[in-house]
Design a protein around this ligand. Structure first.
Ligand code: 5GP
Ligand code: MN
Length: 340
């Protein structure tokens, strides 16, 4: 893995100086395992350097991540707007992890944008928007957590990776690589994982905590989705699932409950694109996963105001669910050859 853009040399000197800075760490809305893993790890590390550090997430995050060290210190912007604004106004540095466009942090975006603090972007998604003052970026990394490991190592502080920090980074790498199977998983990823286990990461326990956290209802919903809602569009080697608001409330769906659903479509032999469309309260949320050369990032960017990685991206639509589905099937016709 090669860091494509690293402008953090002077920043690192500053952070290592005896000064104590006010630092905010933030990550994208509805944070996933990598967003929380990288943020909580950096939080634990910067606190050891005696800085005053706060971790602000734009929204809540799934309960299967609530066991993570530092969870109780997380401030949710939606629930504490006033305090978050004051903290951000007083900040010297704002670390932006696992996203590269301020629209990914919702209403917290303008607050960050207007802050006088220097912004540091550490991320592995394609096509950074460019709001940052410093960056540590490459789309070649498996995860932002792998980048945080490298960043701490670059700071000369690998010894400061405690078992708690190791747990956080392990979680981020594990979730963003689909348990070490996606294409972004490199030999470096495995070397980092080995080092994290040596430093106390509880690998087997973490798999249990993250993946064996279903409620009976969630498993039943999964059965319903796979049995009743999975559609195959054979001409496009595409699998599609959509969920209506009625279905979401019938199964009492909460943040994180639909995580991983989109991967099932991709497990069907021959399927090259899998799509999950969910009718959330404000917007229709879309998840895209692909195999091979089909670029989910470009597809999401060009048609659904989103982005992400080549084989995994997200997007949204402000149309109705029905309109979104018909717009999706309409644009798909342009990709018939690519998806053959
Ligand atoms: P998911 O489908 O799990 O929400 O997202 C898949 C990947 O795409 C994640 O890495 C996520 O951060 C990214 N992603 C999801 N939605 C968006 C979006 O609207 N814009 C951008 N740039 N990336 C997104
Ligand atoms: Mn990530």
């Amino acid at each position: 893995m090669q860091i494509l853009n690293d402008t953090t040399d002077t920043l690192i000197k500053e952070l290592q100086s005896p000064n104590s800075f006010n630092i905010i760490i933030t990550t994208h809305h509805k944070p996933d395992g990598d967003a929380m893993g990288s943020s909580l790890a950096l939080f634990g590390y910067l606190k050891q350097l005696k800085h005053k550090v706060h971790l602000i997430t734009p929204t809540d995050y799934p309960s299967f991540l609530h066991w993570m060290p530092g969870h109780n210190d997380v401030i949710v912007f939606e629930q504490n707007e006033k305090r978050c604004k004051l903290l951000t106004e007083a900040a010297d540095y704002i670390f932006c992890l696992d996203f590269n466009d301020l629209k990914r942090i919702n209403e917290f975006g303008p607050v960050v944008e207007n802050s006088k603090a220097k912004k540091i972007m550490i991320d592995h998604h394609r096509e950074p928007a460019g709001f940052d003052d410093y960056r540590y970026w490459t789309y070649e990394a498996s995860s932002t957590s792998e980048l945080i490991f490298d960043f701490i190592k670059k700071c000369g502080d690998i010894e400061k990776i405690t078992p708690e920090i190791a747990d956080c980074l392990y979680t981020g790498i594990m979730t963003d690589t689909g348990s070490f199977r996606y294409r972004g998983t490199s030999s470096n990823t495995h070397r980092v994982i080995a080092e994290l286990i040596d430093r106390g990461a509880q690998n087997s326990l973490i798999h249990e905590k993250v993946y064996d956290s279903n409620t009976p209802m969630r498993l039943k919903m999964m059965g319903f989705v796979l049995y009743e809602k999975l559609e195959i569009l054979p001409a496009y080697n595409t699998a599609l699932v959509y969920l209506t608001r009625e279905e979401l409330s019938r199964f009492n769906i909460k943040t994180g409950d639909t995580e991983g659903f989109v991967n099932y479509g991709l497990s069907i032999e021959g399927i090259k694109l899998s799509v999950l469309i969910i009718d959330r309260t404000k917007l229709v949320k879309m998840s895209f996963r692909s195999k091979g050369d089909f670029s989910c990032n470009e597809f999401a960017r060009d048609h659904f105001n989103g982005g992400g990685h080549k084989n995994a991206a997200g997007g949204q639509s402000s149309d109705s669910l029905e309109m979104t589905i018909s717009r999706f099937t309409e644009v798909l016709t342009q990709y018939r050859d690519q998806l053959k």
